[in-house]
Write a protein that binds this ligand. Structure first.
Ligand code: FAD
Length: 401
């Protein structure tokens, strides 16, 4: 029996390998990963403790062995022969499969300007080690991109006393995924911590000691880090003739255009109930899609349904966002002692919630909001705004109704 092969040993691929066993699959499972280490978590890379990069393994070598997962580290899949259900590995070996999971993730988007090759990426453990070993206290660091990863990195570097500038094309940082109220709060906090912002500015050139902006401003930079987002890793899928469009296209069951091949995590653009396909880049999405894909590869037929959720830690502040807040939504603010919560309603229905407060202080409220969203509730905005109205009670009455 050929069994199941998983390409990519990140959060998605590794979680899927274990979830196959949890789903009762007893055939061979092979996990192929380009990176040389044990599978590890990416979020801790931008949240180092005491300035030291954390390598947080997803699992131990013993756990892989105990689960009968054949892990091939430092090994790339080079080509898929979909018609033969075979795959060519970097060392020339050919693997056959009954089912294949593409969990190839995403890779950093490349800067396009003179001297772009001088910029460091920030995606892998090796990238993080290179950045933190170079970025000493007396260094000037320029981060290109004021998104979540760039802002988290800025917070960590300021914590070490390093001078940090952020260059961002948009007029405000964090504009893409973070609701305006919280993006503004985080921006203010970064300024108070001494981060220098250059907003609404493109790059003309990266030199050996500066970043030259489109308007000619020279920003001193011993180290330049590119944090301008990622692109899904679709190369293998595309060459194999699978349908792709900003991600590997899947149906709701995470099956690609080839019924024997599934895709999940950062690389997958999943069919949405309202039409179109959506790709999410978050830790929880990686895990939950991995679990659904694994169960379906093991023989189930389960549509992927989940409320999107992500978190970000910057200084002592924790941001959490559940659902997909949009500028057109009706917004309701609930001011709590420990921070603010915002709810987003679409035509009366609760579709998203976000919160910002110290550490994990709003985790319980966001979890309850997530359950209210998943239950499709239409809460009274006055109740949502009232800190004394318990979200648990709202959920209970919505469920009873
Ligand atoms: C620095 C950082 C901080 C983050 N912080 C947060 C956070 O706070 N909250 C949050 O929700 N999310 C966060 N994320 C996002 C989250 O970590 C990702 O969404 C998640 O890791 C995606 O997992 P994945 O397995 O789909 O993809 P990846 O993690 O990209 O893993 C894919 C793996 O596949 C391998 N691969 C690719 N092609 C091949 C091939 N041909 N053969 C073999 N192997 C291959 C790659 O080398 C890679 O190891 C962060 C990401 C980064 C980089």
């Amino acid at each position: 029996m050929s069994g199941i092969v998983i390409i990519g040993a990140g959060e998605t691929g590794t979680r899927a390998a274990f979830a196959l066993r949890e789903a009762g699959f007893s055939g061979p499972v092979t996990l192929v990963g380009t990176e040389p280490h044990l599978p590890y978590e990416r979020p801790p890379l931008s949240k180092p403790l005491g300035g030291a990069v954390q390598m947080k393994p997803i699992c131990s070598a013993e756990a892989l062995e105990a689960a009968g997962i054949d892990y091939l580290p430092g090994m790339s899949a080079m080509q898929i022969e979909a018609a033969r259900r075979q795959l060519l590995l970097g060392d020339g070996r050919i693997l056959s499969y009954d089912r294949l999971l593409l969990a190839t993730g995403a890779r950093p988007r490349r800067l396009v300007c003179a001297g772009a090759e001088r910029a460091l990426d920030f995606r892998t453990f090796l990238d993080a080690e290179a950045i933190f070993s170079h970025a000493q206290t007396d260094a000037n660091v320029a981060i290109i991109g004021g998104g979540l990863i760039g802002m988290e990195l800025a917070a960590v570097l300021r914590g070490k006393g390093t001078a940090v500038s952020i260059v961002e094309m948009a007029p405000k940082p964090l504009g893409r995924a973070v609701p305006a109220r919280f993006a503004a709060r985080l921006h203010e906090r970064h300024m108070a911590e001494g981060v220098r912002f250059h907003l609404g500015q493109g790059l003309a050139e990266i030199t050996t000691d500066a970043v030259i902006l489109a308007d000619g401003t020279s920003v001193p930079a011993d180290i330049v880090i590119s944090a301008i987002g990622v692109v899904p890793d679709i190369e293998l899928a595309e060459k194999a003739g699978l349908a792709v469009h900003n991600g590997i296209l899947t149906d709701a069951f995470l099956r690609t255009s080839d019924p024997h091949i599934f895709a999940a995590g950062d690389c997958a653009a999943v069919s949405q109930p309202g039409g179109g396909h959506m790709r999410f880049e978050s830790w929880r999405n990686a895990r939950s899609q991995a679990e659904t894909a694994a169960r379906n590869m093991a023989g189930n037929n389960e549509a992927f349904v989940a409320v999107p959720w992500f978190w970000s830690d910057q200084y002592d502040l924790g941001l959490q966002v559940a659902g997909l807040p949009q500028p057109g939504h009706h917004t309701v603010l609930r001011a709590l002692e420990q921070g603010d919560l915002e709810f987003y309603l679409d035509d009366g229905r609760l579709v998203a919630a976000a919160g910002l407060g110290p550490g994990n202080s709003l985790a319980k409220e966001i979890k309850l909001a997530e359950m209210l969203i998943a239950a499709g509730t239409r809460p009274d905005p006055a109740d949502l705004a009232d800190p004394s109205a318990s979200l648990k009670a709202l959920l209970k009455s919505a469920r009873a109704a």
